[in-house]
Structures are given as structure tokens and as C-alpha cells.
Design a protein around this ligand. Structure first.
Ligand SMILES: C[S@@+](CC[C@H](N)C(=O)[O-])C[C@H]1O[C@@H](n2cnc3c(N)ncnc32)[C@H](O)[C@@H]1O
Length: 220
């Protein structure tokens, strides 16, 4: 005899829509959920953000989380970025400064770079021995309008980030952490903000439903 299994009723409410609640990652509602996780990661690693610090596109995280920063630089491949002190492609490894930085904040950039191995090799080259890269990448995210459907390449996992950075830096120099859960993933895709959720909902991390992957790797 076949047993009939009843589905638990689900009320989608205002989430029963094929367009997101916000088309701007939730910036128009509050703090985007991935940014809350990036803040938590960088807050945890404040002690690494010191000395000569490099960041991509702007100095927002260097200024918020750095202490004992003696010099701050900004790298961008985009030559029109007025904040960039170094205009360079992270994948053009040979052209990058070598052994220069104590810390490299590489937030939300690797997903836009097709050649991930070259970009991680570039990050390593930029660091002094003992220097640290703090990188974040999406595990779940909408496609960025700024990059377009042809420029937003990757969503990563704990495993792929672990391999990618361990191959370059050595396994014992790499820590990988996943933030998020199924609720925050759905909310992030819908464009809800961190303020739409409760703190305990945001703080629950489920390794099987990551939203953001964060990597700390130190150059031997
Ligand atoms: C979304 S921003 C990420 C950094 C920003 N601080 C943040 O937290 O969102 C992505 C930046 O990466 C830059 N970028 C993309 N590909 C690059 C590459 N191959 N080398 C260097 N910068 C690159 C883009 O021009 C852009 O300024």
C-alpha cells in the first residue's frame, strides 16, 4: 500500500513573486545581508588590518576595521577609479608589486575574475612574507547588474575556496569560514536587508547552506 505523505503547508506571503523585493541587494531597505557577514568577518580579523594595507576599489573596510594602519592603498583594474593608487589587473601577476603589503582586503571581487588561480597568485605576490589576505566571495547571490550577465563568473563553496587558496598559500596557512543559512540565502536573493531578520536568524551558520565564504590566508 502506498502511503500518502502530506506536504507541510507553506505561506509565501509577499515573497510569492518572481521579481526580488529589492533590486539593489537590499541597500534601499538597510544593510545587505552579505555585507553584514563581511563586517562580522573583518571585525573578527581586525588585528590583521594593520601596517601597509591594500584594498580593492576603495578604503571603506581599511578605514572601518583597520588599526595601526601606516599606509593605505587601493587597487583597481578600472583606470577611471579616482581612488585607485595602483591600477592593475590582479591576474597579470608579473606586473604587480611584490612583497609590499601586510594586509590585502579582497572583498567581493574574485567572482568577477574568470582566472581565479591567477588572481590568488596575484594576491599572494602583493603580500609581504607573514602578510595576510582577507577575502570574501559569494556562495549565493544574484548576478550583479554592474558586471552584467557576461561579467559575474563565480559562486564558490568552502571546498573550492579551500583548494584555491591552499594550492597557493599552503593548507596550514589558510582558514575558510562559511556564513549564512537557508533563510538568509533566500532573503538575500529576494533583496531583503539584514534589518528584516532577527539577529539569531542571521547568526546561525549552516555549512550546507552558505551565503558568504570568507578566507584568511597568510603568506609563509
Ligand atoms: C564589487 S567591487 C569589490 C570591492 C569593494 N571594496 C567591495 O567591497 O564591494 C569589485 C572591484 O573589482 C575590480 N576588479 C574586477 N576585476 C579585477 C581584476 N582582474 N583586477 C583588479 N581589480 C578588478 C572592479 O573594477 C571593481 O572595482
Amino acid at each position: 500500500m502506498k502511503l500518502r505523505r502530506w506536504r507541510r503547508p507553506v505561506r509565501f506571503g509577499s515573497l510569492r513573486t518572481t521579481t526580488p523585493v529589492s533590486d539593489r541587494w537590499g541597500w534601499d531597505r538597510g544593510t545587505p545581508i552579505d555585507r553584514r557577514y563581511i563586517d562580522a568577518f573583518l571585525d573578527e580579523h581586525r588585528r590583521d588590518i594593520r601596517g601597509h594595507v591594500l584594498e580593492i576599489r576603495d578604503r571603506r573596510y581599511t578605514e572601518r576595521f583597520g588599526s595601526g594602519v601606516v599606509q593605505s592603498d587601493v587597487l583597481d583594474v578600472d583606470a577611471t577609479n579616482a581612488d585607485a593608487t595602483i591600477v592593475a589587473d590582479l591576474t597579470a601577476t608579473e606586473g604587480l608589486p611584490e612583497n609590499r603589503f601586510d594586509c590585502f582586503i579582497l572583498a567581493q571581487t574574485l567572482q568577477y575574475i574568470y582566472d581565479l588561480e591567477a588572481a590568488v597568485a596575484g594576491a599572494k605576490r602583493l603580500l609581504r612574507p607573514g602578510g595576510v589576505v582577507l577575502a570574501t566571495v559569494p556562495a549565493v547571490s544574484r548576478v550583479a547588474r554592474s558586471a552584467g550577465v557576461v561579467g559575474d563568473y563565480w559562486r564558490l563553496t568552502t571546498a573550492s575556496c579551500g583548494r584555491l587558496f591552499s594550492d597557493a598559500f599552503g593548507e596550514k596557512h589558510v582558514d575558510v569560514r562559511a556564513y549564512g543559512n537557508v533563510l538568509t540565502g533566500v532573503a538575500f536573493l529576494m533583496g531583503l536587508a539584514a534589518e528584516d531578520l532577527a539577529d539569531d536568524e542571521l547568526r546561525k551558520d549552516d555549512d550546507f547552506f552558505p551565503v558568504l565564504i570568507a578566507v584568511r590566508a597568510s603568506k609563509p
